[in-house]
Write a protein that binds this ligand. Structure first.
Ligand SMILES: *Cc1c(COP(=O)(O)O)cnc(C)c1O
Length: 412
């Protein structure tokens, strides 16, 4: 089915996975337990010899359907879903890294991700934060015990773009696993396999679901990494095709032992949301470029950060790497306008955290999502104290521009 277009695949994905009734949506499997006539059948589930289920914390038919859909859309090897993006991310790092390992992390990551990296340090994992756009700095930070490099495709709020192909070329000769958070540029915008990512982490809460009605996360193994070269796969999980080893370890040591499983209700909402992922991204990304261009020309705006603008430092990389350069942009107002006062004047755009929603959302980043890290770290990340992040929704473009225009007109 890989030859079909993205939306064709996603709207037919559920009905083509074993529903005998002709239903186009998968049923919501609510059973926690799965019972067997023959004891041997249950034994086979426990020993990984059967694809059936034992207990819903590890898998259910609903979980499998979403995982299969994700694997298919990415053209990947396998996927695992979790109760949130942070659960997918933390479980992946906690189960593939151990004390004494070294992790290189982009210094431009989601605030909770950098906060989580500090927890890893407490567990004895060394973490170095690097400027992911500076490849010399990445090379210089590699040590004999470097196991993984973690970055985001497009970071927020400053929209730095990681050149995944170039970073892959640095990681591969050293057997360093390249883990890429592609939440900002989900599968429709970014081909993680071609770019060279080994593992993809995606918050399904954002664009994938799109409707702000369910949390979810996924880790996807692209098949690019040969896990026979990875020293941290436990003997127990070195069974069968080595392409499945990492996901098996994340599933057993992460999902099973730590328990952040995704509910059937959330799976249903996320799957229905994903049917329009491409349509929503077409709309939001198209609007984002128009809005960025509009703001860039406005005399009350000092700076606009959006990879779609020709002036953006990684514009060329973004053009090559993504179908569109995302739908998140940030901007600084001229010094005389207070960012909170400006946001208070918005009538359509919601003042809210979250991103990748159908509704346009604005947030003053320094006093909210990046407050905890302090001013010094904000400076390092290129975050100005008055920066506003705008997540462009699917409203009619002109309505969003009109709202920004009327809010700006309030100030001299
Ligand atoms: C939101 C987000 C996450 C976390 O996802 P949740 O589903 O909210 O836990 C991780 N990475 C990025 C880039 C995000 O934007």
């Amino acid at each position: 089915m890989k030859e079909k277009g993205f939306t064709t695949q996603v709207v037919h994905a559920e009905r083509l996975q074993n529903i005998e009734s002709g239903a186009v949506h998968q049923p919501l499997h609510q059973s926690v337990l799965f019972a067997y006539e023959q004891a041997q059948d249950l034994v086979n589930v426990f020993q990984g010899k059967s694809k059936h289920h034992a207990y819903a914390r590890q898998s259910t038919p609903s979980v499998n359907v979403l995982q299969n859909t994700l694997t298919q859309l990415e053209g990947a090897v396998s996927s695992l879903v979790f109760s949130s993006g942070m659960a997918a991310l933390s479980n992946t790092l906690l189960t593939l890294l151990k004390a004494g390992d070294h992790l290189i992390m982009s210094q431009f990551v989601f605030g909770n991700t950098s906060s989580f990296a500090k927890t890893l340090i407490q567990f004895g994992i060394e973490v170095d934060f690097v400027d992911i756009t500076n490849h010399t700095q990445i090379k210089q930070s590699i040590k004999p015990n470097t196991r993984m490099l973690f970055c985001e495709t497009i970071a927020n709020p400053v929209t730095q773009v990681a050149d995944i192909k170039a970073i892959k070329n640095i990681c591969q000769p050293q057997n360093i696993v390249l883990t890429v958070d592609n939440t900002m540029t989900p599968c429709y915008l970014f081909n993680g396999i071609q770019a060279g990512a080994d593992l993809l982490i995606c918050s399904l809460t954002k664009y994938f679901g799109g409707h702000a009605n369910a949390l979810g996360g996924a880790v996807i193994d692209t098949g690019n990494y040969n896990w026979q070269n990875y020293p941290n796969i436990l003997k127990t999980y070195q069974q069968g095709d080595s392409k499945t080893w990492a996901i098996t370890q994340i599933k057993k040591k992460g999902l099973r032992d730590m328990g952040a499983c995704l509910s059937s209700d959330a799976i249903h909402l996320l799957s229905v949301g994903a049917e329009t992922l491409a349509l929503r991204m077409d709309k939001s990304c198209h609007s984002a470029l128009q809005i960025a261009t509009f703001l860039n020309q406005h005399h009350k705006i000092k700076t606009v950060y959006y990879p779609g603008l020709a002036t953006h430092p990684e514009h060329a990389i973004a053009q090559r790497q993504f179908k569109y350069p995302g739908a998140i942009l940030s901007f600084d107002l001229i010094d005389s306008i207070d960012c909170l006062d400006f946001i208070d004047q918005l009538k359509l755009i919601l003042c809210s955290t979250h991103l990748g929603d159908n509704r346009s959302l604005a947030i003053p980043v320094a006093p909210t999502i990046y407050y905890e890290m302090g001013i010094e770290n904000r400076k390092k990340m290129g975050i100005s104290e008055g920066m506003i992040r705008l997540s462009v929704g699917i409203e009619d473009t002109q309505d969003i521009i009109n709202d920004l225009t009327q809010a700006l007109s309030f100030f001299n």
